[in-house]
Design a protein around this ligand. Structure first.
Ligand SMILES: [Zn+2]
Ligand SMILES: [Zn+2]
Ligand SMILES: [Zn+2]
Ligand SMILES: [Zn+2]
Length: 95
């Protein structure tokens, strides 16, 4: 499959990330949807980082993480939390 999707290594498979942040991977003859789990690597934490407050038009890739969406910036998840950014840990992007 050749396409312009962002791809992530995740739990032994490769997910294709849609523009809206949803993750899909091919499982036998169908596609499964998944999301990055909330865990020690990708915690929902108050790890403040500086930077732009991302939005739907900023151009960064959205990524499903737990029950919310983050933005992918330099291999890490950034969550727009009110008036600041929180770092939600690294993801393994297929380059
Ligand atoms: Zn996955
Ligand atoms: Zn926060
Ligand atoms: Zn952005
Ligand atoms: Zn997150």
């Amino acid at each position: 499959m050749e396409c312009g999707y962002t791809k992530l290594f995740h739990n032994g498979h490769v997910d294709f990330v849609e523009a809206n942040g949803h993750l899909h991977h091919q499982h036998e003859d169908h596609w499964d949807e998944c999301a990055i789990e909330v865990n020690d690597v990708n915690p929902v934490a108050e790890n403040h980082v500086s930077g732009e407050l991302h939005n739907d038009t900023c151009g960064h890739q959205k990524v499903a993480h737990g029950d919310h969406f983050d933005y992918l910036v330099n291999g890490r998840l950034q969550y727009v939390h009110g008036d600041h950014l929180d770092d939600h840990g690294p993801v393994d992007q297929v380059l």
